[in-house]
Design a protein around this ligand. Structure first.
Ligand SMILES: [Zn+2]
Length: 308
């Protein structure tokens, strides 16, 4: 089961307790997943989903409204997924329900946007967004990216959803992809705010956990890289210093060096991987880092004479 499908299953199982919210969810779900058919002036309804829990929830709610609904299952051999069709044949209560859900206005006109009554009430607006997600949403796995998208059939609905989301400080982007309008949330914060809004607390915590783990991993990698770079720097400068010592040995003679320089030469050659602090600690008596630095600079200046 895909990540999105798991979330939809969880959401569909947490049925709405308030009647108004249940209507909002049903209205949204039918708006994005439903299709109305008129044959011989008779209206019927069909809704398709790939999620069995969503199909079951839809049938249950429709039954509670006194409608008879049938679920048929089709398995696509080519695409490898199962499609559930919830079919409501023509019946007297159907038109009433569609009007009540704000899908049909003034008798038979289809309403493309979000019905006002669901925007005006906070609890219903959240349920409406849940219905839109159940019908048209997809969420990327946080290990890959932070992205939540919706495939919508019309621009009017997209504009209304952007409006509702912006009232919760969630920024959505709208773009056109083939015949669909794609609405997407593109930041970690926007995705988390949306999941919190629709009550998807399980996926929300999972999203936050994965982000924390990612950050820890990045931090560890940064530290390892920093450490490696530092070690490389120490080895590189030690190699340079040992080369200088070899130049002095060949051209000037190490025995002519002062006792202080002789001491640092011995320490450097015996400890080619030691940092300046470590060399300072090995001297007898101990030296300061700047004293070691000063002595090595004098070695470098002396070698320079013979290098040119
Ligand atoms: Zn409500």
């Amino acid at each position: 089961m895909s990540f999105t499908s798991e979330i939809k299953t969880q959401l569909a199982k947490n049925s709405q307790s308030k009647k108004c919210c249940q209507k909002a969810l049903l209205s949204a779900l039918l708006k994005v997943d439903g299709s109305l058919h008129i044959e011989n002036k008779k209206l019927s309804l069909e809704s398709h989903t790939e999620n069995s829990s969503v199909a079951r929830m839809l049938k249950k709610i429709l039954t509670e409204y006194g409608l008879s609904a049938n679920v048929s299952i089709r398995r696509s051999v080519l695409q490898g997924h199962t499609n559930y069709a919830v079919v409501v044949a023509s019946q007297p209560k159907l038109e009433l329900l569609l009007s009540d859900l704000g899908l049909l206005v003034s008798g038979s006109k289809y309403n493309y946007g979000i019905p006002e009554k669901f925007i005006n009430s906070k609890c219903c607006a959240k349920s409406y967004l849940t219905g839109i997600f159940l019908g048209a949403g997809y969420l990327s796995h946080p290990k890959q990216s932070y992205h939540l998208g919706f495939d919508l059939a019309n621009a009017e609905l997209a504009t209304d959803i952007v409006g509702v989301l912006s009232s919760y400080q969630i920024k959505a982007h709208v773009s056109q992809k083939k015949n669909n309008i794609v609405l997407s949330l593109q930041t970690f914060d926007d995705v988390c705010d949306f999941l919190a809004l629709i009550g998807a607390s399980g996926p929300l915590f999972y999203y936050q956990d994965i982000k924390i783990i990612k950050e820890i991993k990045n931090k560890v990698n940064r530290l390892i890289n920093f450490e490696t770079a530092n070690v490389e720097k120490v080895i590189k400068s030690a190699r340079r210093q040992i080369n200088n010592i070899a130049v002095i040995d060949e051209n000037y003679g190490l025995e002519k060096l002062s006792p202080a320089l002789k001491e640092i030469v011995c320490l450097r050659v015996d400890n080619p991987e030691a940092s300046l602090e470590e060399l300072a600690g090995l001297a007898n008596p101990k030296l300061s880092k700047s004293a070691v630095n000063h002595r090595l600079r004098r070695i470098s200046e002396l070698a320079k004479i013979y290098k040119t």
